[in-house]
Design a protein around this ligand. Structure first.
Ligand code: ATP
Ligand code: MG
Length: 662
C-alpha cells in the first residue's frame, strides 16, 4: 500500500538511529568559467547580504516585480507553519509576466519559440502573448469564471497551455494543471479535489509521430464528477472529438471574438495562484497550494540567479512538461516574469530521430538548457555520436532537476553537451518548495559532480540527525529547511492537517523535505534519495543514490535502481535492477562483476545481494524511478498505486524476471 512519508517515519520501519553512511567519495572539481564569472548576474556577495538580513534580501528581490501596492510587511510568521509573504502588497501575476515587458518597449521580443513535434513552428512575441492572454482572460470571464474559482488545465505542450495558465492568473482564478499523460481517473480525482468549474483541454497533441487524444479522457472524467460547467477545447491535431453541446466550446471560437484589451486587476499577494499535485513517486499525490507574490518573487529571482539569464541575448529551454512544477516555475512564471526568450517543444526526444533535442538547440541557438537526469541517462544510453552531430556551441549553462544526478551522468552532460567547459547546475527543489532551493551558482560555485551543494542566498537548509540536531560536516541524515521561504507551499489544498503532519511534525519548527542528505567535508549538501527509499543493511542506513551512482559508473551500466528488500539476516538486502548499455550482454560473470564493482567503489556493506538486468525501469510520468514498486516486487507483494506510472507493462516484465533471483 502507498504510504506517506510521515506515516513511514511514525512506524519507524525504515529509519534507524544510524545516520546515512557516507560512502561515495567524489573528488572532481570544476571552477566557474572565468568569462561567465566576470559578468555573472549574482556574485558571492549575495550570500553575505542575505545572511546579514534575510528578510531584507527577499524584500529587495520582491522589487523585481511590479506591484500595484508595494508591500511593507515581508513575512508574517505569527502562525507557523502558515506563512504570509508580502501580504499587504497587491499585484497581478500575468501583468508581471507579459504586459510590463511590452510597456518597457520589448513587445517585439520573442517570448516563446514553439516547436511542434511534426516540425511546425511558431514564434510568439511578448506583444502577441499579451493579446492572447487578454483574449483568453475575457473568454474565461464570459464563461463566468471569477476570482477564487478553480480551472483545470489538461493540455499538451503547446503555447495555449501557458496562455491558459496566465489567463487564469490574470483574473485571479487558480489553475490546476493535470499532466496530459494522466488517465481519466487521475484527472477526475484532481478535478474533484480542486472543485474545478472549467476544464481547458485540447483535441490532443503530437507524441511519437502520432496525434494522441486528450478530449476523450476529459469526457470520461466528467461522467464521474459534477460541477464542471464548461470545457474549452484547443484544436491542435484536428482529430475527431465527441461534443457535448452547451458544455464544450472551441478555444479559437470563443477567444477570437474577444477584445485583445483586458485591464489586469490587482490581487493580494496571498491570492491563490495554483494547485499542483505532486508526482506521486512515494504515494497518494498531494494538492500543493501556491500563492502569488512570494511565489513569483522567488521563481523570478532563482531563474535570474541560477541560470544567469540575460533576457536580451539568451535563448532558454526547459525540457520539462508544463504539467510538472518545473514547467510551472521554469517555463511559465520564472522565465516570463524575467522577460526571457524561450523554446517550448511539444514532443518526445526521439521523434523523428534520437538527435531531435540537439537539433533544436542548434536551430534556436539555445544558450541555457534545463533538463532531468533521466533524460541525460537516456542520451548516454543512445550514444555519444548523436549529440556530436550537432552544433551545441551556443550553450553556456546546463541545469538538472528531478532526481539526484549520478556523477557519471553529470560528467557526461558537461563533457558531451557542454564541450567539457559549460557549468552544470544541479538544482534541488520540490513541488512544495515552488522554486529552486539548493544549487550551485554558475558564476560563483566551484562545482562537484553529483552535488546540489549550497542553499541559495536567502534560503536556510541543512542536514539533521534523528533528533533534529544539525549534523557536522561529513555527517548524514535528513534534509530540512529551517526558515520559511517566499515560494513555500501554503498548505495542502483542503487539508491543513495533512500539511502540518507531512512536513512540519517530524522536526520541531523545521520543514522536513522527505529526502536523505549528507554534508561533505566542506559542508556542501549531497542529496541521497528519498527517506522512504533509504536501505537499512546490518544496522547501517545506505543511500539508494550512492549505490545507483556506483553502478552507473561501471561502463556496462546505463541506468540503475536499487531497493532494500526484507532479509532475515541483514534486516534489508540490497537488490539492484540495472539497464545495460547498448552493447553489453547479460553473461554469467556480469552480476559478480557489478557486485564487486560496487564493493570496490563504496565498500563491502554496499554490495548488492542481487543484481537483475532489466529492459526498463518503472518511472513516474515525470521520469522519476518508482522504487517503491521495485520494493514491492523484490518483497513479493502486490503492487501499490500505479496510476502515476508511465507504462504499467514495465512491471510485468520485471516481475517475470524475478523467479530466477529468488
Ligand atoms: P511525491 O511527493 O508525491 O512522492 P515527488 O516527490 O516525486 O512526488 P516532486 O515534487 O516532483 O514530486 O519531486 C521532488 C523530489 O524530487 C524531491 O523531494 C527529491 O526527492 C527529488 N529531486 C528533485 N530535484 C533533485 C535534485 N537536484 N537532487 C536530488 N533530488 C532531487
Ligand atoms: Mg515529494
Amino acid at each position: 500500500m502507498a504510504r506517506d512519508t510521515a506515516d513511514t517515519l511514525r512506524k519507524g520501519d525504515v529509519v534507524s538511529n544510524e545516520s546515512l553512511a557516507n560512502l561515495l567519495k567524489e573528488e572532481r572539481r570544476f571552477a566557474p568559467p572565468a568569462e561567465l564569472a566576470a559578468a555573472a548576474n549574482v556574485t558571492a556577495e549575495a550570500y553575505e547580504q542575505a545572511k546579514a538580513d534575510r528578510l531584507g534580501f527577499w524584500a529587495e528581490q520582491a522589487r523585481r516585480l511590479t506591484w500595484n501596492t508595494e508591500p511593507n510587511e515581508t513575512l508574517d510568521w505569527s502562525n507557523p507553519p502558515f506563512a504570509k509573504w508580502f501580504q499587504d502588497g497587491t499585484l497581478n501575476v500575468a501583468y508581471n509576466c507579459v504586459d510590463r515587458h511590452v510597456e518597457a518597449g520589448n513587445g517585439d521580443r520573442v517570448a516563446i519559440h514553439f516547436e511542434g513535434e511534426p516540425g511546425d513552428s511558431r514564434a510568439i512575441t511578448y506583444a502577441e502573448l499579451k493579446d492572447e492572454v487578454s483574449r483568453a482572460a475575457n473568454a474565461l470571464l464570459e464563461l463566468g469564471v471569477r476570482q477564487g474559482d478553480r480551472v483545470a488545465v489538461y493540455m499538451p505542450m503547446i503555447p495555449e497551455t501557458a496562455v491558459a495558465m496566465l489567463a487564469c492568473a490574470r483574473i485571479g482564478a487558480a489553475h490546476s494543471v493535470v499532466f496530459g499523460g494522466f488517465s481519466a481517473d487521475a484527472l477526475a480525482t484532481r478535478i474533484k479535489d480542486a472543485d474545478a468549474k472549467v476544464v481547458i483541454t485540447a483535441d490532443g497533441g503530437w507524441r511519437r509521430g502520432k496525434p494522441s487524444a486528450l478530449k476523450p479522457a476529459v469526457d470520461e472524467a466528467l461522467t464521474k464528477v459534477d460541477g464542471v460547467e464548461h470545457v474549452l477545447v484547443v484544436r491542435r491535431t484536428a482529430q475527431d472529438v465527441d461534443w457535448t453541446d452547451g458544455r464544450d466550446i472551441w478555444w479559437h471560437e470563443i477567444t477570437e471574438r474577444q477584445p485583445a484589451e483586458h485591464t489586469p486587476e490587482a490581487f493580494e499577494a496571498e491570492q491563490p495562484l495554483f494547485i499542483l499535485y505532486t508526482s506521486g513517486t512515494t504515494g497518494k499525490p498531494k494538492g500543493i497550494l501556491h500563492t502569488s507574490g512570494g511565489y513569483l518573487t522567488q521563481v523570478a529571482y532563482t531563474h535570474h540567479a541560477v541560470f544567469d539569464l540575460k533576457p536580451e541575448t539568451d535563448v532558454y529551454w526547459c525540457t520539462a512538461d508544463v504539467g510538472w512544477v518545473t514547467g510551472h516555475s521554469y517555463i511559465v512564471y520564472g522565465p516570463l516574469a524575467n522577460g526571457a526568450t524561450q523554446v517550448m517543444y511539444e514532443g518526445t526526444p526521439d521523434t523523428p530521430h534520437q538527435g531531435r533535442f540537439w537539433e533544436i538547440v542548434q536551430k534556436y541557438g539555445v544558450t541555457i538548457l534545463y533538463t532531468a537526469p533521466t533524460v541525460i541517462r537516456m542520451f548516454m544510453k543512445w550514444g555519444d555520436d548523436i549529440p556530436a552531430k550537432f552544433d551545441l556551441s551556443s550553450l553556456r549553462v546546463l541545469g538538472s532537476v528531478g532526481e539526484p544526478i549520478n556523477p557519471e551522468a553529470w560528467i557526461w552532460y558537461r563533457d558531451r553537451i557542454g564541450a567539457g567547459a559549460k557549468p552544470v547546475v544541479d538544482t534541488w527543489w520540490q513541488t512544495e518548495t515552488g522554486a529552486i532551493m539548493i544549487s550551485p551558482l554558475p558564476g560563483v560555485t566551484e562545482t562537484k559532480p553529483g552535488s546540489a551543494q549550497v542553499p541559495l542566498p536567502g534560503i536556510a537548509a541543512t542536514v539533521v540527525d534523528d533528533e533534529g540536531n544539525e549534523v557536522p560536516s561529513g555527517g548524514g541524515g535528513y534534509l530540512v529547511l529551517t526558515e520559511p521561504w517566499p515560494s513555500m507551499l501554503r498548505t495542502i489544498w483542503g487539508d491543513d492537517e495533512r500539511f502540518v503532519d507531512t512536513y512540519w511534525s517530524r522536526f520541531q519548527g523545521k520543514y522536513f523535505a522527505g529526502d536523505g542528505a549528507k554534508k561533505d567535508d566542506d559542508g556542501d549538501i549531497w542529496l541521497l534519495g528519498r527517506v522512504d527509499d533509504v536501505m537499512l543493511v546490518s544496522g547501517h542506513n545506505i543511500s539508494t543514490t550512492e549505490v545507483e551512482s556506483a553502478l552507473v559508473s561501471h561502463p556496462k551500466v546505463a541506468e540503475a535502481a536499487v531497493v532494500g528488500a526484507a532479509d532475515e539476516t541483514t534486516g534489508q538486502a540490497i537488490v539492484a535492477f540495472v539497464i545495460l548499455r547498448g552493447s553489453a550482454s547479460e553473461d554469467e560473470g556480469l552480476v559478480d562483476e557489478l557486485r564487486n564493482h560496487v564493493g570496490a567503489t563504496l565498500g563491502p556493506i554496499a554490495k548488492p545481494k542481487r543484481v537483475l538486468p532489466v529492459a526498463e525501469l518503472p518511472k513516474t510520468r515525470s521520469g522519476k524511478i518508482m522504487r517503491r514498486l521495485l520494493r514491492d516486487v523484490a518483497e513479493n507483494r502486490d503492487l501499490g498505486d500505479v496510476t502515476t506510472l508511465t507504462d504499467a507493462g514495465v512491471m510485468d516484465l520485471i516481475q517475470a524476471k524475478l523467479p530466477s533471483a529468488r
